[in-house]
Design a protein around this ligand. Structure first.
Ligand code: SF4
Length: 320
């Protein structure tokens, strides 16, 4: 690990100014992803700004009938919150499907949104990776692609986003609240938060340099039956091959979002309109234009079967 300077911030604006003013500076809270990346020298920040003292660790009702989740609320606490369990069960289930209990105790809401891909070539510094070193190439293309994207990828990067929580946030139309180094606040719809790789796979979201996430808000509860189904190689502490978040209303109307298939949580309005027609129609819309390899084409079938399983359980009243 390379040497770095460590400072503790006391206000969000102070933290944002400190990171914006030092090239290579990073915020740190739980550190569950960043510290691993630093040990591997994939991330080499010269300055770490510790934001843990910023008092952004509460969950409050909003005047619109939703919830405001502080950026520093730990994943364990968010999953255990009674309001989340009752009104946003898909989010609680997605959180509990992620990582391990120990990691959820440290990982924060903002950090979970910002975690980096688990593409194995990204973590192997002997391999070419446009995300790690822009312009160096992509060893995954033509390599082993079982866990890689089948939609929304580019000729420069085929990585997937690893977060379970972000899939549920996408489904719920969450909004990300931030503060910039000049003190201004802004709200970013989660649908506009993540970027596809296109020609800049090293830029993964639309935050500006130094812009700090302060909270994530959820709109009023959707009602309906909530599902988060994660299919993976092990039953715990593994990333999704495919995950499906769904809120199903009477008559099979509802919402659906998928993880493990793209550079960001994947949601397609036409697929939601197709819900009453069943899993095959939904999958056809969700994964239209999918570009698969022999190693990952199973994901198309897996998405369809996972959606079919959810719709079957919704009909028989088995929410999970
Ligand atoms: Fe890097 Fe993306 Fe290629 Fe993986 S898929 S090696 S993250 S450029």
């Amino acid at each position: 690990m390379r040497a770095f300077t460590y400072q503790r911030a006391h206000t969000p604006a102070q933290a944002a100014v400190a990171v914006a003013g030092t090239p290579g500076a990073r915020f740190i809270a739980g550190g569950t992803n960043l510290l691993d990346l630093m040990k591997l020298e994939i991330e080499t920040p010269t300055l770490l700004i510790d934001v843990n003292a910023l008092k952004l660790d509460t969950i409050e009702a909003t005047s619109e009938g939703g919830l405001r989740i502080g950026a520093l609320v730990r994943n364990t606490d968010l999953a255990a919150d009674g309001r989340v369990r009752r009104d946003y069960a898909v989010l609680a289930r997605a959180l509990l499907a992620g990582a391990s209990g120990q990691l959820r105790n440290k990982a924060t809401t903002a950090g979970n949104l910002l975690q980096r891909t688990r593409c194995p070539y990204f973590y192997d510094t002997n391999q070419a990776c446009n995300k790690r070193v822009p312009g160096s190439g992509c060893a995954a293309i033509g390599g082993f692609t079982r866990n890689h994207a089948i939609v929304g990828a580019s000729a420069l990067c085929i990585a997937t986003h690893p977060s379970d929580m972000a899939v549920a946030m996408q489904l719920l139309d969450a909004q990300v609240e931030t503060v910039s180094p000049d003190g201004t606040a802004r709200v970013i719809r989660i649908a506009d938060f993540y970027r596809l790789p296109e020609t800049t796979p090293h830029i993964e979201h639309n935050l500006m340099p130094g812009e700090l996430i302060t909270s994530v808000t959820l709109p009023t509860p959707l009602g309906g039956q909530h599902f988060y189904r994660k299919v993976r190689d092990r039953t715990s502490y593994a990333f999704a091959l495919v995950s499906v978040a769904a809120v199903i209303q009477p008559g099979n109307a509802g919402r659906i979002a998928v993880g493990g298939v793209a550079h960001r949580p994947w949601r397609v309005p036409a697929a939601e309109k197709a819900l009453p027609q069943g899993a095959a129609a939904v999958t056809a819309q969700l994964l239209a234009g999918a570009a698969t390899t022999p190693e990952n084409r199973f994901k198309v079938t897996l998405v369809e079967r996972t959606i079919a399983s959810i719709l079957g359980d919704a009909r028989s009243g088995k929410e999970a």
